[in-house]
Structure formats: C-alpha cells, structure tokens
Design a protein around this ligand. Structure first.
Ligand SMILES: C[S@@+](CC[C@H](N)C(=O)[O-])C[C@H]1O[C@@H](n2cnc3c(N)ncnc32)[C@H](O)[C@@H]1O
Length: 281
C-alpha cells in the first residue's frame, strides 16, 4: 500500500495504473464503500457504446459519468469515444472526490475526506489504514485503530473547518490531469440544477444496484439522471459488473420525444433495474 504523502507528492507519470488501483482500493470512505477501481472493466461495452453514439453523432459529445470512484473507467470511456471519432467532454462525478492531507507531526501525514474523516495515515514510509477488518480482531490491533480514529477525527474536523490542510483530488492522477475530464463531487440522490438538459450520454456503472439503494432512492436517482439528458435521442447507460464472471449486465436507454425513457438494447443479462427505469418518469 502506498502512503498518501508519497502518492500525492509523486509525479503522475511515476504512478502506474496498478499502483493507483492499489492506493484507492485501500481507502474506505465514510459510508463504508471502498474507492475500488479496476482497469479494462468495460472494454467491450465501451467499444459498443462508442460505435452506437458515433453512428448518430459526430464531433463533440457531452458525457456525464456518475459514481466514478477513482475515474479509471472514465478515462477508458473517453478513449473509446475518441477512437470512434468523437470529441468527448466528460463530467465525472462521485460522492467523494475531495480530500485533505494533514501533516500532524514530523513523519506523520493523515489523508482525510472533505469532512476530516481519516482515510489513511502515513508514518514514515509506512501506510496504515484507520479502518478495521476481521483479522484485526485476532491481532488485537482493532481497538488501537478505533481509538486512534476516535481521538484524531474531531481534531481533523476542526482543522478542515479552519481551512487547514492541503486539498487533494481523490481520483487517478491521469484522470485529474486530463483536460477533457472535469471531476465534480456530487450525490446522485440530489438533483443538481447545473446539470439539467446538458448531456448527450450518461453512464451509471456499478451504482444503481438494488443492494446499494432502496427502490425509492433508485427511482429518485433515475429521475435526476433523466433530467440531465439533453433531449430526445440522448442516451442513458445503466450497467453492473457481475463480480463472479466479470460480465457487464447493462441496458441502454434513449430519451423519447415524449420525454420518457425507452430501451435501445441490452447487454449481457440487461440491467437489473430495467423495468424501474422504463417506468420511473
Ligand atoms: C463500485 S464504485 C463504481 C465505480 C465505477 N463506476 C466503476 O464501475 O468502475 C461505486 C462508487 O459510488 C460512489 N457513491 C456511493 N454513493 C454515491 C452517491 N449517493 N452519489 C454518488 N456517488 C456515490 C462511491 O463513492 C464509489 O466510488
């Protein structure tokens, strides 16, 4: 595991995609989700979607990719759209994209989210996770980790409120540095006026899952995303990766003239929330 100070002090080209995936894979967020990121998760799906979009449009395409984690698959979507001859501009969002880096003592750095919630300690060259896993209960490090987080969190919260700490972006450096990708912290459950009617293509990957949100929240999120589509013909892709087989089960929807969402086609087994989307508006 790389330490946060080492990660954010490195030049982007010194960080391999594997090192980035490992760094983010160990960050457990306040809502207990991990910032996991995976290379080539959507390679075939990206190519098919890019071809479908390119069959109907040329030139610039406004894309919204929600819940992007570290953004690795956003960069791959951009590459697929570019390879299909399009000029994508992508807005990539996630609930957690803004972090802070605090030097608490010589050799001790803490990475937190925007509220001061500790995500990782770096002591010297060693990276230490604040969260507890089952094995810690056997080694008795669990109480130490919990006590450290409990003691340190209020102090970090105050430091954030006072504007202290170095702001960092919790996304792959290759994504943060890409001029065609804008990273924005956003909650898909809350409507965002600035996104209304803006996008030709929206992707919701591995987020609108039934084990993630209850039905009412899924409906709300779908209504929000539908409102962000530019108009008739613009596309919404809802996809989920099957963890056992790595197959992507997805459905592509199109906004109709009547303002509803209609199915364009399915991939794999199709989206598990297909019916909910068709009937959400
Ligand atoms: C499993 S990752 C999906 C990453 C990426 N889309 C992919 O498929 O590779 C889920 C992401 O959803 C984000 N998330 C969870 N709840 C969210 C919410 N209400 N609004 C926006 N993002 C959320 C988490 O922070 C996490 O980064």
């Amino acid at each position: 595991m790389i330490g946060a100070r080492t990660y954010f002090d490195s030049e982007a080209d010194q960080l391999t995609p594997r090192a980035e995936a490992e760094f983010y894979g160990w960050l457990k967020m306040r809502n207990a989700t991990f910032k996991t990121t995976c290379q080539n998760r959507f390679r075939e799906l990206d190519a098919e979607i890019a071809a479908l979009v390119a069959a109907e449009r040329t030139g610039p395409v406004e894309v919204l990719d929600v819940a992007v984690s570290a953004g690795t698959s956003t960069l791959e979507l951009k590459e697929a759209l570019t390879a299909a001859g399009l000029a994508p501009r992508i807005c990539a969002t996630d609930l957690f994209l803004e972090g802070r880096l605090f030097d608490l003592a010589p050799g001790l750095t803490v990475l937190t989210d925007r509220s001061g919630w500790p995500l990782q300690y770096q002591l010297g060259r060693r990276a230490i996770r604040p969260w507890v896993r089952r094995l810690d209960l056997l080694t008795l490090t669990a109480p130490l980790r919990l006590a450290a987080a409990r003691m340190i969190a209020p102090r970090l919260g105050r430091m954030v409120a006072e504007g202290k700490g170095r702001r960092v972006t919790l996304a792959s450096r290759r994504v943060a540095d890409c001029p065609d990708i804008e990273l924005i912290e956003d909650d898909i459950l809350q409507p965002r006026g600035a996104f209304a009617g803006r996008f030709d293509l929206i992707r919701a990957a591995n987020i609108l899952n039934r084990n993630y949100f209850p039905e009412a929240q899924l409906r709300g999120a779908v209504r929000n995303l539908a409102g962000y589509l530019r108009g008739p013909g613009s596309l919404l892709l809802v996809t989920r990766t099957d963890e056992a087989t790595a197959r992507n089960d997805a459905t592509l929807f199109r906004r109709t003239d009547a303002g509803r969402l209609a199915e364009v086609r399915g991939f794999g087994k199709g989206s598990e929330i297909r019916e909910l989307v068709l009937d959400a508006l």
